[in-house]
Design a protein around this ligand. Structure first.
Ligand code: SAM
Length: 465
């Protein structure tokens, strides 16, 4: 990093850590307004567009230096960004140096600076120390709420560790807002590209390779390269249903895709059983239930134990469907299999006027925005006023703070539909989730030693019912 960039970064880190709001604002203002002289750190006023000025070159190199440092720390390559089912996938923050014409970008880059060795940012140090005004100023200047330090902690983690609850509230609010905006823009983009996605879908009735759409959840993209560590790969698998073969292990305790990513694993059984109890309103008989995604059939077996009055299962992968038939699911009492993508099957159920007391969503490789799309459809089939909806909560699993923000996003989105979301904390009793043996042969873990599972319990708001 250039001398002046280093000095500015050091100054803003110190001011953030000590909570000197006036100093933070002044350093940010200086950075935005002044052209930097790399050699003697004399600031001169320059126009934002002064590309051709001598100061412009120095400023451009400072911007590049800051951006390069930002990149070097590896801010927010993957799981940090867009919380979604099982693993977030979203565009990484830019790692390119901004165009020299954007001298104002220095303000943003300075607010986003991270120490090269620790990865700490001004926002992180201010968060840990509980300087809420400084945090707000840094966020206003463009500091990313979700950057990670070299130990994998974000500003929210630092605030939690420092027990700075007003900062935690601020970061949750900012994170939720930015994720909702990002989600809305991704959904809009996808709606515009909609035809492309739909065309990807395979006719689910074909016996070749399954019905399209997205993969959902427990895994990562199939595009591993030497340059991309597995842990940083995006996690959606848009081609899962079209192109991925899946295989069950001999004991039927593991379902793997082509990349050896786990589609479903046996260790989740206690979680699935807890979901089944919620969906059947505490284990009542005769309930009408809908499950999206068969996998190992764990939740369907648990639901079946409660003798539902109607048990609909939507499943799109041909191999999984073949397994369902081989195991006689098509002949079980009150079970109806809808073989196809939920994106195609839900409209049919809606057109029939089907209503369910319990609805569960657990697909694979799909994007957070697919979950949001599913919610729009689900609201049409969930019984009013007593229906209960839930989904496998693998949102942003790598980081508890991001997980919380993701849950908050879901809560906000469901609230628009007239639904209340609570997250019931369950302890995962089995140690299997953590055991190395469990993950042997699985390319990438999608659960990271967390013993608490936040089970979504979603019901109609009392007033809207
Ligand atoms: C994680 S597994 C479900 C596990 C299940 N909850 C259990 O208890 O075993 C996900 C399943 O969703 C299916 N799936 C993925 N995308 C789908 C889609 N768009 N529509 C229907 N099924 C889908 C996959 O083929 C897979 O069988």
């Amino acid at each position: 990093m250039s001398t002046s960039a280093t000095i500015r970064t050091t100054r803003i880190m110190e001011a953030s850590s000590s909570g000197d709001l006036a100093a933070v604002l002044s350093i940010l203002d200086d950075a935005a307004a002044a052209a930097s002289d790399d050699d003697n750190d004399v600031d001169n006023d320059v126009d934002e567009d002064a590309n051709d000025s001598p100061g412009g070159d120095a400023a451009a190199s400072e911007i590049k230096a800051l951006a390069a440092a930002h990149d070097d720390v590896g801010i927010d390559d993957d799981g940090v960004d867009r919380p979604r089912p099982r693993r977030p996938a979203s565009p990484p923050l830019t790692t390119e140096a901004p165009a020299p014409s954007l001298l104002g970008t220095r303000r943003h880059l300075l607010a986003s600076a991270q120490d090269e060795s620790t990865g700490l940012s001004p926002l992180m140090v201010a968060s840990r120390a509980g300087h809420v005004d400084v945090c707000r100023a840094l966020l206003d200047a463009g500091a990313p709420w979700n950057a990670l330090d070299r130990t994998g902690k974000c500003a929210g983690d630092h605030a939690v560790e420092g027990e700075r609850w007003d900062v935690v509230d601020l970061l949750v609010e900012v994170g939720t807002r930015s994720e909702l905006i990002l989600g809305a823009s991704i959904r809009l983009e996808r709606a515009i590209e909609g035809e492309g996605r739909t065309n990807d879908a395979v006719d689910a009735s074909s016996s070749s390779s399954g019905g399209g759409g997205g993969g959902g959840g427990r895994a990562n993209a199939s595009t591993s390269t030497a340059a991309t560590p597995v842990s940083h790969e995006p996690s959606t698998k848009p081609s899962y249903l079209n192109h991925s073969n899946v295989r069950y292990d001999a004991a039927c305790t593991l379902l793997l895709d082509d990349d050896d990513d786990a589609v479903m694993m046996e260790w989740e059984r206690p979680i699935m059983e807890a979901h089944a109890t919620v969906l059947t309103h505490g284990g009542r008989r005769g309930m009408r239930v809908l499950n999206v995604g068969f996998g190992l059939g764990i939740i369907d077996s648990a639901l079946h134990m409660h003798e539902p009055g109607l048990h609909v299962i939507i499943e799109a992968h041909p191999t999984v469907y073949a397994k369902m038939i081989a195991d006689g699911w098509d002949k079980k009492t009150n079970v109806r299999i809808c073989y196809g993508r939920w994106q195609d099957e839900m409209p049919k159920l809606i057109a029939e006027g089907a209503k369910f007391d319990g609805v569960f969503y657990d697909t694979y490789g799909e994007h957070f925005t697919d979950l949001e799309d599913f919610h729009d459809a689900m609201a049409h089939v969930l019984n009013v006023p007593d229906g209960v909806y839930s989904f496998f909560n693998g949102l942003a699993p790598d980081n508890l703070f991001f997980h919380g923000v993701a849950c908050n996003c879901i809560k906000a989105q469901l609230s628009h539909l007239g639904l209340d979301a609570e997250f019931a904390q369950c302890e995962i009793s089995s140690n299997a989730a953590d055991a190395d043996e469990t993950w042997k042969g699985v390319r990438r873990r999608y659960w990271h030693g967390r013993s608490a599972y936040y089970l979504p319990v979603i019901t109609w708001k009392k007033d809207d019912a």
